[in-house]
Design a protein around this ligand. Structure first.
Ligand code: C2E
Ligand code: MG
Ligand code: MG
Length: 855
């Protein structure tokens, strides 16, 4: 070598730079020749499980030198274990191994001598801060030391090789890089003046380049790298080439256009920020669970990742079909919450399909389309007039634009780069992921909190909302308990599918009859719950309840049938200090009351009512229990007498339960639908007793029993079971039984069936109700019992001209005309008895004739 290391370096590096690692053999040859060596090689070093292995990768061997590339001893050689720990330690300190082999430690020599090596120079290669391998040359002819410039030269090659490696790893191959990016070569004097520039350098930098030669000069023989960023990014390697003395000859400059790499690096940095910021969002998500505040966190992360975004917001499509602001940075979110952006507005911030940058001009146009109020809020709270550029990204979920991420800049129209757009899209898609998770979560919640049959919230959900509402202010809320009247009948008659359908219809009606912020839930069975908030007075609650009563009464068509149901409603107003459970209990008590009062009505909870109801419920439970166990119940019998002969012709069975008067427990049982069961017991008992006294037996029947379509069948059953002749049974029905209820049902069907059985039917307490005489004529009734109210109003002595006497006479005439039997009830004294006898009244009943007594 003629001392021109620069040229030698070129020769070594050019193949590498041109062909990447494929140029390695050529580069090694240039290195070998430049250093007057017979062999040049590249070894890879790798640490596997704490052991450093080395393998020869590439080699050049001079004309009369044996190549070692296929020497198995040089593959997978464990450095320390094979005796080269010293080498490894030197490499790890970035130092070279150099000199005659004879001067090397004992253990290193055999392997080297076997290759005829007299002297060698080996330098480490570091790639991206890690020991990657080593580059070396062998002199197989003489023992020699290697001067500093030779080592510097080899190191410069190693450095370029490392750079090549790095680039290779980063850009799938240096070849690719070289195709895209030109290679610049220059030689400069010590003052930095260009001595030589290759054509691509001249083309790219017609004005020449200024490179920091002083830095390279401070460490001759050591390559310095330097990145210039004028227009394009160029990575330069500057090497002050040492001459034969210590004097520096010139500075060699080698540049590679790394614009792409630098851009990739910049992108990488931005994406790393993105990942870091996103991670924080997810950490919060893990710690705190899903909530709307995550939109704010994502927005914050986006602003941090995209510094040109100086403010931003997130809108989400809500149930009302509009986009609402859920997060904002740099704006007044509370004010923005009032604004909704409609998706149907085509020229707006919600109209575009892809991520897009809008300028202040677009915004001005959009804003002009908003109505006065929204425009004002957008201008003040949303600072729309100050925004210069807005980067808007739609968030898609199942093909629908579910949300928008807006990032705003107040300075430049072109503030946002394509990379910003990409990053914003990445955040937007994270918003999508979160929205999806929220949706899933809410579906799960929906399952836990909703009634699958009606789709309404369930009791659990209701209780949670109620607890929340109570916390926010107990005074202005009301809770209602609703109970459908008549659902059981639908189920019994037409099966549960019909009942389910009725429930669905009712649920939809209740929902529709309420304001959106009111809550209606299904409590279970045929019961619903309603929560009203922000009430100005209980009257409002009453109006709502009346509306619910009304919609429940509407005919309910299911399949071929149309049902007529109603509902009973109990209402309790909120009070400070009440727990959700207590409030619900109150509404439930009021419901009890409403049902007791005859259904299809509403009832407010009143404190004194609570005690009454508690007593009533206690009584009811006791009655129910006694009935189940057949305890505490018995029948008293009161004779019915033929007034002309004084003979007992029949006995009326009157139910007794412990010490409670029938006027208390009979209505109680009626209110709570216990009457049918109680009646069954009475009927059985009375029929059974009939054999004992042999007289006709009168049994009282409640309207509830007669409305049961199977009642006649039950009677037949009882007659048969007790062998009581049907002709000996007389059923006393009340007038109200004959009046069709609001659903058009009456007992006439049951009466005809009973008549078929041969059972007698009497109208009890006749005159106290208002049965039409016409109805009386067409129904299968055998007789009437004149209510004791009339008997007793006859007076003592009876006044034949008084209204009661006229009524008694009229009833008698009517009965005779229709061929009905007539019994006067409540005969307590002789005068009345005499008067009735005088009138020709056929039958009578009363304390005077016989008190009700057990058999
Ligand atoms: P009701 O069917 O009109 O029965 C006659 C009621 O008048 C009986 O009252 C009886 O004790 C009472 N009474 C009889 N003679 C006189 C009298 O001279 N003066 C006065 N002041 N009262 C007299 P009780 O037993 O208290 O029954 C009241 C009502 O309870 C009955 O009126 C009937 O509607 C109902 N009831 C009683 N037992 C049954 C039953 O087993 N089933 C049904 N559904 N209702 C029953
Ligand atoms: Mg009776
Ligand atoms: Mg009566």
């Amino acid at each position: 070598m003629d001392g021109n290391w620069g040229l030698g370096l070129f020769q070594a590096l050019l193949p590498l730079l041109r062909k990447g690692l494929n140029g390695l053999p050529q580069a090694l040859e240039a290195v070998g020749r430049a250093l007057l060596a017979q062999r040049a090689y590249l070894f890879r070093l790798e640490e596997r499980q704490g052991i450093w292995y080395t393998s020869q990768l590439s080699e050049w061997a001079g004309p009369d030198t044996t190549p070692q590339l296929h020497n198995p001893a040089l593959q997978n050689l464990p450095m320390r274990e094979a005796g080269y720990g010293r080498w490894l330690n030197l490499f790890l300190q970035d130092r070279a191994v150099a000199g005659p082999v004879r001067s090397f430690p004992e253990e290193e020599r055999p392997l080297l001598e076997a290759q005829n090596i007299q002297s060698l120079l080996v330098v480490p290669i570091w790639v991206e801060g890690r020991l990657w391998g080593f580059l070396g040359v062998d002199d197989c002819r003489r023992e020699r030391e290697f001067p500093a410039e030779e080592e510097a030269f080899l190191r410069a090659v190693a450095e370029v090789l490392a750079l090549a490696m790095e680039l290779w790893e980063r850009t799938q191959g240096l070849g690719h890089l070289l195709e895209a990016a030109p290679l610049y070569l220059a030689r400069l004097d010590k003052e930095g003046r260009l001595l030589y520039a290759n054509p691509s350098l001249k083309r790219a930098f017609p004005q020449g380049v200024s490179l920091p030669v002083a830095e390279a000069l401070s460490v001759p023989g050591r390559p310095r790298t330097f990145l210039s960023q004028e227009g394009q990014a160029v990575e330069w390697i500057l090497l002050a080439v040492p001459g034969p003395g210590a004097e520096v000859l010139e500075v060699l400059a080698l540049g590679v256009d790394v614009t792409e790499r630098e851009q990739a690096r910049a992108r990488e940095t931005r994406w790393n920020t993105f990942r870091r910021n996103l991670l924080r969002v997810y950490e919060t998500l893990m710690a705190e669970g899903l909530s709307d505040s995550l939109f704010g966190l994502i927005l914050e992360a986006a602003l941090d990742t995209i510094p040109t975004a100086q403010a931003g917001s997130v809108t989400v499509l809500m149930e009302d079909g509009c986009y609402h602001f859920l997060a904002a940075q740099g704006y007044d979110l509370e004010a923005l919450r009032q604004v909704c952006l409609r998706p149907e507005e085509p020229l707006s911030l919600t109209g575009h399909k892809e991520a897009q940058v809008f300028t202040w001009k677009d915004l001005e146009r959009f804003n002009a389309r908003l109505d006065e109020t929204r425009r004002r809020v957008m201008e003040e709270a949303g600072r729309v007039r100050e925004i210069k550029a807005i980067l808007s990204v739609p968030v898609y979920l199942a093909g629908e634009r579910k949300a928008f991420l807006y990032l705003d800049n107040f300075e430049q129209e072109d503030a946002f780069t394509p990379l910003d757009l990409e990053l914003a899209q990445a955040f937007a898609s994270q918003l999508g992921v979160l929205l999806r998770r929220m949706e899933l979560e809410s579906q799960i919640q929906h399952l836990a909190y909703h009634d699958p049959l009606t789709g309404l919230p369930n009791r659990l959900f209701f209780l949670e909302k109620l607890a929340q509402a109570l916390k926010e202010g107990a005074e202005d809320l009301a809770v209602m308990c609703l109970d459908l009247d008549g659902l059981k009948l639908v189920n019994d008659l037409d099966g549960h599918a019909a009942g389910d359908e009725v429930l669905r219809v009712m649920a939809a009606r209740f929902r529709a009859a309420l304001r959106p912020r009111d809550l209606v839930a299904r409590q279970g069975g045929d019961e619903f719950l309603v929560l009203l908030t922000n009430l100005r007075s209980p009257i409002e609650a009453m109006r709502v309840a009346e509306r619910l009563l009304e919609v429940a009464r509407l005919p309910c068509p299911v399949g071929e049938r149309t049902y007529h149901l109603s509902t009973s409603i109990g209402i309790a107003m909120g009070e400070p200090g009440l727990s959700p459970g207590e409030l619900l209990k109150r509404a439930d008590l009021a419901l009890y009351q409403a049902k007791g009062e005859g259904k299809n009505r509403l009832s407010f909870f009143e404190p004194q009512l609570q005690e009454e109801l508690k007593r009533e419920i206690g009584l009811l439970e006791a009655l129910r229990e006694d009935l189940e166990q057949g305890k505490g119940l018995h029948l008293a019998y009161q004779p019915i007498v033929d007034l002309s002969t004084g003979q007992r012709v029949a006995l009326e069975a009157l139910l007794r339960w412990r010490l409670a008067p029938p006027s208390v427990f009979i209505p109680l049982a009626e209110r709570h639908r216990l009457m049918p069961e109680l009646g069954r017991w009475v009927l059985r008992q009375a029929c059974q007793d009939q054999a004992l006294h042999g007289l006709k037996v009168h049994v009282n029947v409640s309207p509830q029993e007669l409305l049961d379509p199977t009642y006649a069948f039950r009677v037949a059953e009882a007659l048969e079971a007790t062998s009581c002749p049907p002709a000996n049974l007389v059923l006393e029905i009340t007038e109200s039984t004959l009046i069709p209820d609001e659903r058009g049902r009456d007992a006439s069907q049951a009466l005809w069936a009973l008549r078929e059985l041969g059972v007698g039917i009497f109208l009890d307490d006749f005159g106290s109700g208002y049965s039409s005489l016409e109805r009386l004529a067409e129904l299968p009734v055998d007789g009437v019992k004149l209510g004791q109210a009339f008997t007793q109003r006859l007076g003592n002595p009876p006044d034949p001209q008084g209204p009661a006497a006229r009524m008694v006479a009229a009833v008698l005439a009517l009965a005779q005309a229709l061929g009905l039997r007539a019994i006067a009830e409540g005969i307590e004294d002789e005068a009345v008895l005499a008067y009735l006898k005088h009138l020709g009244f056929p039958f009578g009943q009363g304390y005077l004739l016989g008190r009700p007594k057990p058999l």
